[in-house]
Design a protein around this ligand. Structure first.
Ligand code: IPE
Ligand code: IPE
Ligand code: MG
Length: 244
């Protein structure tokens, strides 16, 4: 699939990706799972480039879930180290490409140095506007929704929010990134067909695309094929086909 095949007027504004299958990719090659995660970083770099070339404005990637903290300590530690390494080595390139980095998730759970490096990258890329790269880290959608409820309840307590005025926008504005548009397209690799606690609120009307390839094997062409597939769907948002 070539980028030229795509309809420039129907490029998804926001793509969300559940990058899955790093461990199985490694296992198939008799390698340690960490090798799969390292190769996964390369796939992230390719995907960021491909999004920029296609003029996608927001890319959200699921890098580490709240549930992933329950993995063996050695894997968790390697993932944290890998993230720090990748951020340090890619910050210049992100700036060159005009990428603004953001995160969603319970960052307070991250090791201190990872938190510091992450915050530094966020600060140093905040004025870029070609692509917003949102990294879901220590992220769980139920956690995010619970946090949003707490914020709203606290505002009600303080008399700053009337219960009758609570609407969908109130919840939207209480999420980790208030002004983030909903994803248009969700891609999950590795053949799994579930959300694994990812963006439950935001994916209400998102188009889903599943691909059997493991994340480290994900290529630019796979992204373009996903976009092509998306462009040939009819998003009705509850209306009839005739109304669209
Ligand atoms: C996705 O790959 C990356 C993370 C969850 C951190 P996995 O590590 O889940 O790989 P599989 O699903 O075990 O193959
Ligand atoms: C989801 O993948 C989280 C990320 C891709 C970071 P998992 O591999 O953790 O999901 P489950 O446990 O198979 O649902
Ligand atoms: Mg997995």
């Amino acid at each position: 699939m070539d980028i030229l095949t795509l309809d420039k007027k129907k490029i998804p504004n926001h793509i969300a990706v559940i990058m899955d299958g790093n461990g199985r990719w490694a296992k198939k090659r008799d390698l340690d799972r960490v090798e799969g995660h390292k190769e996964g970083v390369e796939a992230v770099k390719r995907t960021v480039k491909a999004c920029i070339e296609a003029d996608v404005r927001f890319l959200t990637i699921y890098a580490f879930s709240i549930e992933n903290w329950a993995r063996p300590l050695a894997e968790v530690e390697s993932l944290m180290e890998l993230m720090v390494f990748a951020l340090n080595s890619e910050i210049e390139e992100l700036n060159r490409q005009g990428v603004s980095l953001k995160t969603i998730g319970d960052i307070s759970m991250l090791p201190k140095n990872a938190k510091a490096v992450l915050q530094d990258c966020i600060d140093r890329t905040k004025n870029n506007n070609k692509l917003t790269l949102v990294v879901a880290l220590s992220y769980g959608s139920r956690w995010e929704i619970v946090e949003a409820c707490k914020k709203i309840a606290s505002n009600v307590n303080k008399g700053e929010q009337k219960i009758d005025d609570i609407c969908e926008k109130t919840l939207n504005d209480s999420m980790c990134i208030p002004d983030l548009p909903d994803p248009d397209l969700l891609i999950r690799t590795s053949g799994e067909r579930r959300l694994s606690n990812f963006l439950l609120w935001q994916l209400a009307y998102t188009e889903f695309y599943f691909i059997d390839k493991f994340w480290p094997d994900f290529q630019k062409e796979d992204l373009y094929l996903a976009i092509y597939n998306y462009q040939n769907r009819e998003r009705r948002f509850g209306k009839t086909s005739e109304q669209i």
